[in-house]
Design a protein around this ligand. Structure first.
Ligand code: HEC
Length: 127
């Protein structure tokens, strides 16, 4: 009985973990329960809270995150977003803390959920 419950939970865990990893095909499993993760639906709310002062009202590092187009255009280091490849995207590396510089530069880092949301959005094609 207990074994079955445990086995079930493990199976569920594996299944969920598998699902939360966006496919490389660009056809990402929904990052939101309602459908595709888009800039407006998932990224803009985070940016608005955590990056706006420097990347919407201003364009620090030459990067404006005001619109999807400006975000994709990148900053002085070039493209900050490689659609389909979050790990290879400077913006993701910076918020995840794997780049030399972290964003936001001051204050708390983004939460794990916010970082995962940005990753899923970029891996899903950054639409
Ligand atoms: C307090 C101001 C501030 C905040 C808030 C901030 N940034 Fe930055 N950001 C900067 C500055 C300054 C640079 C340029 C750093 C440099 O070149 O040394 C920069 C550079 C960047 C770059 C690299 C652009 C390039 O091409 O050089 C990315 C990507 C970036 N920020 C993303 C973000 C994201 C995403 C957020 C929100 C999670 C954020 N930043 C929040 C100040 C800020």
């Amino acid at each position: 009985m207990n074994y079955r419950v445990a086995a079930g939970l493990i199976a569920l865990g594996v299944f969920t973990a598998g699902c939360s990893k966006p496919a490389d095909t660009g056809a990402s499993p929904a990052a939101t329960p309602t459908g595709e993760a888009t800039f407006a639906s998932t990224v803009q709310p985070i940016v608005g809270q955590r990056c706006a002062k420097c990347h919407v009202d201003d364009s620090k590092g030459g990067l404006s995150l005001a619109t999807l187009e400006s975000a994709l255009a990148g900053g002085k280091k070039g493209a900050a977003i490689a659609p389909g490849n979050a790990d290879g995207s400077l913006l993701f590396q910076m918020v995840a803390g794997t780049a030399e510089k972290r964003m936001p530069p001051k204050g708390d880092p983004l939460s794990g959920t916010e970082i995962a949301t940005i990753k899923a959005w970029i891996d899903g094609g950054a639409h």
